[in-house]
Design a protein around this ligand. Sequence first.
Ligand code: NAD
Ligand code: WQD
Length: 330
Amino acid sequence: MNILVTGGAGYIGSHTCVALLEAGHTVIVADNLCNSKAETIDKIKQITNKEVTFYKIDVTDEVALEVVFATHKIDGVIHFAGLKAVGESVENPLEYYYNNLVSTMVLSKLCKKYNVNKFVFSSSATVYGDNKVPFVETMNLLPTTNPYGETKAMSERILTDIAKVNPDFSVALLRYFNPVGAHESGVIGEAPNGIPNNLMPYITKVAKGELDKLRIFGNDYLTVDGTGVRDYIHVVDLAEGHVAALDKLTAGVHIYNLGTGEGTSVLQLVKAFEEANNIEVPYEIVERRTGDIASCYADVRKARNEIGWTAKRGIVEMCRDAWRFEKNHK
Ligand code: NAD
Ligand code: WQD
């Protein structure tokens, strides 16, 4: 299939482009590079030895995006493009609501106009809010604590409502848990600008000596050791989940958790990283971070049963691959 990948130069998008190309699909990327670099497109080509068509455009720009739809016979879209920094979304809600919602609406509109019926959307486990773990797709969503999370819940609703009145429209809402790691080549990975917000990129910067120590946000949660528990998923497994969802997509709306089903605490992840890479990660315990929940992990049965996908890579591979990329990356 010819797949339009919005945000394909980004962290998860680039790994998914590799997985799509390896599965025999053709990839067209639309990305405005607001949080990524054009050289990532070359790296995708380098890893796969395949061609990628790249448009440097903003997905909220309907006129620019329509050129892509008019030029290529697109069979499906995977919509990664979006802003994702939780704290920044609290500081600048309008930017987040505008970018993340308008992009989803413009893309849906063009899909309808050009008769593109397969739509895969990057959602997030954040839409479950502070539900009881493990999170199951049938749960009622709870309010998130930030505009970023709300844009994911709202985009899910927009796509669901569109599908209700367009019987041929096939939508996969993929709720990612905590993506970490990098392609095993060490060529592509996660390279956030500035000081990382997320745990794994923070750990790799500390291990590299660019940051002096990790600050662990709270050790008084009701968890195995008091630190927050998350379902870390290798980004290559996540990428493969998109290919599986796309291949199996049928009319209607299908929601899938993409996680491993395993919870890992902050301290357990730090220890696993130290052991996997034989390197020390100094840390201190500080106050809880506002908006954090104690535990978040997936019930993974639906994706396994319906799209035949399960995560294959464990915490050790996640830690090794994250570190390999960080060491290679300038
Ligand atoms: P990323 O920032 O690395 O990638 C997003 C890409 O979208 C970037 O390349 C950016 O330049 C591009 N982009 C942003 N707004 C755009 C616009 N208006 N037009 C064109 N391009 C635009 O982020 P990621 O971690 O790869 O996340 C991809 C998607 O998955 C996002 O929608 C994110 O919200 C979602 N998600 C991420 C996580 C995570 O922890 N990384 C978890 C759950 C969901
Ligand atoms: C993981 C754990 C922290 C940093 C976020 C978004 C979510 C999704 C994934 C996009 C928590 C602890 C972290 C640090 C720490 N993104 N931590 N010190 O918060 O689970 O999820 O990214 O959709 O929407 O909210 O991920 O990596 O920030 O935190 O102790 O410097 O690590 O408290 O327990 P989170 P994270």
